[in-house]
Design a protein around this ligand. Structure first.
Ligand code: HEM
Length: 522
């Protein structure tokens, strides 16, 4: 009997020691090894502490900047936003240059705001060979799951292959009339508000909700009630994941904010269940129609593509379809809605450009209704979109994780497993590449140049780069032009004195206190 107890105690001690060793190895030994490798390869940066890395500094700098900004004059609108959006990176850039290493907990990141460096390291890496940071994949699982934004390798190739045709010109064309109808309802509501003596409208909320409705209809053919439900839950999840003081990258950081993480997981499961029921319904109706499906929306196209492609290796599983739907739902509305919102801010401050665009709309569309065939002819509106996404990139950063060492030059590599954080806001506001007028709103810089005259083609990345560039960019350009031209045709607008300029990141770049505008019917 005594022997059995001894053996059990010994086994327990061995097991606990093994667990402790595993924890110590992954939280202490591996990060130290990664640190040394980065130093040997010439990277330096703000000194990290264990186990929070540089998180404490980041939080402190952010808090200080926020309190300075909220006490400054509400109507000072400057487009020079980098030091308020990413104050810690702006600070570290001064000390360590445009490429340096920093740590989120025990996760090493190489920060890049130098387009030339980015060009050098990305030249030899194909889309499928880039990873996405595991630390974000785990943290954002309830939001994106294994959707296109997060998958890697052969899975990414398979997903992208099935999804790309959903954004073909003919499919986009079929979605334009739904966009027009939904936008018209929003504008009618604005007219009612104005007629009732309320010309000041909270534009950001209006546009984000209309874009949500557009994506619910165009992606899923969803009714308004279901669409609103997914939208509400996604929004709540976003606030839980990105607004709160969490400790992403810190060992066991998940348990430091357990309540928030459990809430995000619960919301994720509820959204999954809703989307799953929509997919099953749609599959059933396809089966009843012998595999045919009206392909007016993205889900219809995805299911048909999945069906036609037949061969098992190319298909998406139902689980993967749910994740893609979530990705579309989120990625598909917020970035575009915020691009329209920032455009309305800049146009409110530059009435001359409102006039220019109205003239163009008159020439291209006349008194009729906009449709998909006219969108490409709205050239000046295209320059405005590019310039707005330069000054206020609604996707303010791009991330990668290195899978296999990447050679920088003869003496230096970025070691396997290193995360990469590309600071798009910094690159879009870099005087060295854009010139002295970098912070001015000048859409004409895009007149004859897709890169707006930037000295380095990798310096302008509103939709990312390489094979992983945004798959929805044509859809978003169409929606942008349809919504904006309908607004400009019916209203002129100016900035409300109640506006406070606080661009801030909650995954996307948004005006943190909304955008109140004074609207006037034309
Ligand atoms: C103004 C609007 C938009 C902006 C600024 C934007 C920006 C971006 C950026 C920066 C990336 C990352 C690219 C990279 O990692 O190199 C991306 C990827 C992606 N976007 Fe967008 N996006 C917009 C609209 C949309 C829309 C409307 C959809 C879908 C309906 C969409 C779906 C996606 C997907 C699925 C990916 C992942 C692509 C991949 O990794 O292969 N986006 N987007």
């Amino acid at each position: 009997m005594e022997n059995i107890v001894e053996v059990l105690v010994f086994a327990m001690v061995a097991f606990v020691s093994f667990l402790l060793w595993r924890v110590l190895y992954s939280c202490w030994v591996l990060p130290i090894r990664a640190y040394r490798k980065l130093v040997v390869n010439g990277f330096s940066g703000p000194p990290p502490s264990f186990p929070l890395g540089n998180i404490v500094d980041m939080k402190k700098t952010k808090k200080k900047t926020e309190s300075c900004l909220s006490s400054s004059s509400p109507l000072t609108v400057s487009n020079d936003i980098h030091s308020s959006v990413f104050p810690y990176f702006a600070q570290w850039q001064k000390d360590h240059g445009k490429v340096f290493m920093y740590w989120l907990g025990t996760e090493p990141f190489v920060y890049i705001a130098d387009p030339e460096f980015l060009k050098k390291i990305s030249a030899g890496v194909m889309g499928k060979s880039w990873g996405k940071p595991n630390v974000f994949k785990n943290d954002r699982k309830p939001m994106f799951g294994d959707g296109l934004v997060m998958v890697e390798g052969d899975d990414w190739v398979r997903h992208r292959h099935v999804i790309t045709p959903a954004f073909s010109p003919s499919n986009l064309k079929a979605m334009s009339s739904m966009m027009v109808d939904t936008t018209r309802s929003m504008l009618d509501r604005w007219t009612d508000l104005i007629n009732n003596g309320k010309p000041e409208i909270e534009i950001e909320r209006e546009i984000v909700s209309t874009a949500g409705e557009i994506i619910a209809k165009t992606s899923f053919g969803m009714n308004y009630a279901n669409g609103r439900m997914v939208f509400k839950k996604l929004r709540a999840m976003q606030e839980t994941l990105f607004k709160s003081n969490r400790y992403v990258g810190v060992p066991f950081g998940k348990y430091m904010c357990l309540g928030q993480n459990l809430e995000a997981e619960k919301l994720g499961k509820e959204i999954d269940a809703l989307l799953l029921s929509i997919i099953i319904d749609r599959k059933r109706s396809m089966a009843e129609n012998g595999g045919c499906q009206e392909q007016q929306n993205l889900l219809g196209v995805l299911l048909a593509e999945n069906h036609v492609d037949g061969s098992k290796g190319k298909k998406l599983s139902t689980r993967e379809l749910v994740d893609e739907c979530k990705t579309f739902f989120f990625g598909g509305h917020e970035t575009t809605a915020l691009a329209i919102t920032w455009s309305l801010l800049l146009l409110a401050m530059h009435p001359m450009w409102q006039h220019e665009l109205r003239e163009e709309i008159k020439q291209v569309i006349g008194d009729g209704e906009i449709d998909a065939t006219m969108v490409a002819r709205l050239k000046k509106m295209g320059w405005v979109m590019n310039e707005v996404l330069r000054l206020y990139p609604t996707a303010p950063n791009v991330q990668r994780q290195v899978r296999g060492d990447i050679r920088v030059d003869q003496d230096s590599i970025i070691p396997d497993g290193t995360n990469i954080w590309i600071d798009v806001v910094a690159m879009h506001h870099d005087r060295e590449f854009w010139g002295e007028d970098v912070n001015e709103f000048k859409p004409e810089r895009f007149k004859d140049d897709l890169h707006g005259g930037c000295q380095n083609k990798m310096g302008y990345l509103p939709f990312g780069f390489g094979g992983r560039m945004c798959v929805g960019r044509n859809l978003s350009a169409m929606e942008y032009k349809i919504v904006l031209s309908m607004i400009l045709t019916r209203f002129s607008f100016s900035l409300s004195p109640n506006y406070t300029h606080l661009p801030s990141v909650m995954l996307s770049l948004r005006p943190m206190q909304g955008l109140p505008l004074i609207m006037k019917p034309l």
